[in-house]
Design a protein around this ligand. Structure first.
Ligand code: DLL
Length: 439
């Protein structure tokens, strides 16, 4: 059997008891550090009547208040900073479509640890200094580009800092420079695969072996579709700006959940309605506590991502706990005609039924009733095959039936000609919920 590869073997394969002890030691220090260095936290903890001295072990974490995105917005821009600005070397920011942006600050040490997390992900996807890593996540305020870029440097791979967009040039570089690992959002990877075929090439014309895809929810069906079109193994990577960026957790060869970098982040799953901590194996909202951040440490930050945590012996030899693919944010969940609907359920049905991953969900309210429409693009072949109106109608009916089975409610399906839905170069916009505009 080939030797297993890790970026930091000792940490990544550390016995669980040792990881837990390490987490506890760092946690106690981090609590005292934020209390001593940040007024906003001090007030929050004082309001709850907890002092750092009350926190004596990891279990005492339940005494601490939760932190939400609202706290981050309220404290914008410097309110949660635990170091003077002069000690910080960079910021990143969330896209902030609603309300104020969230700005996260980093010291050089924070950047180094974050880069190590991304390096672990690249090595877990089979990367080494012999690889050529094409980073097609956006560069700039978004953490995707910078995170994987720094991680690739740490590994010593040749890094192509493409950023997102200009897809033909993307493919040209990939081919000419023999890129072996592609990093971008899964929706952009799907588009690159489509464009490759449009340019008259197949996976055999490029040298990619792996992809590291994240920043948005994607289904197993989407994974298979990308793996086929690009001829690669596709690995998931998760993270969020508030906690650092990509690399909070990452997938290994087992491709069955993402190992959380437990030496830096402590994960809990809570009931999103009551805040009660749930036992391992239950689905709930993921909550993170950073264990060794300097500039922008967060204690018990509610991510709004719905996941299940499981600690199991993994074939890769890593011991860190795994999280399943997030089902989506709790606020991505739509309630349509009283039924909970996740975009990922719709994606699963579409790909299972042989449709493209190019779709858009539109919800509106007319009078008191929710309207629910799904636009799906046909592939060139499907479009050619379904020339007759009758064929189209038959396909539409059968797809509607499959949706009803999955969702429990009936959407109005629209099958559109190829290339009629705008492609995404970053995070795909899958849902247009006009009800929010009327509220
Ligand atoms: O998306 C960081 C990132 C960049 C992760 C590149 C992976 C790769 P934000 O823009 O702050 O940061 O968005 C964070 O995106 O709370 C999840 O809801 C979602 N998300 C991130 N990764 C995944 C994933 C980056 N692998 C928010 N699967 C998170 C599902 C994901 N959702």
């Amino acid at each position: 059997m080939a030797k297993k590869m890790y970026f930091q073997e000792e940490i990544e394969t550390m016995p669980v008891e040792k990881i837990k002890a390490l987490q506890e030691e760092k946690f106690l220090k981090q609590v005292k550090y934020v209390y001593d260095n940040n007024e906003y936290y001090r007030n929050l903890m004082d309001e709850k009547g907890v002092k750092p001295e009350d926190i004596k072990c990891m279990e005492d974490i339940s005494k601490l208040p939760f932190l939400t995105k609202n706290d981050l917005r309220e404290a914008y821009p410097y309110g949660l900073l635990c170091r003077p600005v002069k000690d910080c070397v960079r910021i990143h920011s969330t896209s902030g479509t609603t309300g104020r942006r969230v700005v996260a600050f980093y010291t050089q040490n924070d950047i180094d640890l974050w880069a190590e997390c991304c390096a672990r992900a690249i090595v877990a996807a089979g990367g080494s200094e012999k690889d050529v890593v094409q980073v097609a996540y956006g560069y700039g305020l978004f953490t995707g580009g910078a995170g994987l870029h720094d991680g690739s440097h740490k590994v010593g791979s040749l890094t192509i800092p493409m950023s997102s967009g200009n897809t033909e040039r993307q493919i040209q570089f990939m081919k000419d420079l023999n890129a072996t690992i592609l990093c971008c959002t899964p929706s952009y990877a799907a588009y690159i695969g489509e464009k490759l075929h449009d340019m008259g090439m197949t996976a055999d014309d490029i040298n990619l072996k792996a992809g590291i895809f994240g920043a948005e929810p994607w289904t197993e069906e989407m994974r298979h579709s990308i793996e086929q079109s690009l001829g690669i193994k596709a690995y998931d990577i998760y993270g969020l700006t508030e906690i650092s960026g990509p690399g909070v957790s990452f997938e290994c060869e087992a491709q069955s959940g993402m190992h959380i970098n437990e030496d830096h982040f402590y994960a809990e799953v809570i009931d999103p309605d009551t805040g009660e901590v749930l036992p391992e194996g239950s689905e709930g909202e993921l909550v993170f506590t950073s264990l060794d951040k300097e500039a922008f440490p967060l204690l018990r930050y509610r991510t709004r991502d719905l996941v299940v945590l499981k600690r199991e012996q993994c074939s890769c030899g890593r011991t860190h706990i795994k999280m399943c693919k997030p089902k989506g944010r709790s606020d991505d969940m739509m309630i349509i005609r009283g039924v909970n609907v996740f975009p990922s359920q719709i994606e699963t049905v579409l790909l299972k039924c042989g449709y493209t991953p190019n779709y858009q969900i539109m919800v509106d309210r007319i009078g008191n009733e929710d309207t629910f429409d799904i636009n799906v693009e046909l592939s060139e072949e499907q479009f050619k095959q379904m020339k007759e109106d009758e064929d189209l109608e038959k396909a539409r009916k059968s797809l509607t039936g499959a949706m009803v089975q999955m969702l429990g409610i009936r959407p109005k399906m629209h099958l559109l000609p190829p290339k009629s839905i705008v492609r995404s170069e970053g995070k795909a916009v899958r849902v247009v919920d006009k009800r929010k505009l009327h509220d």
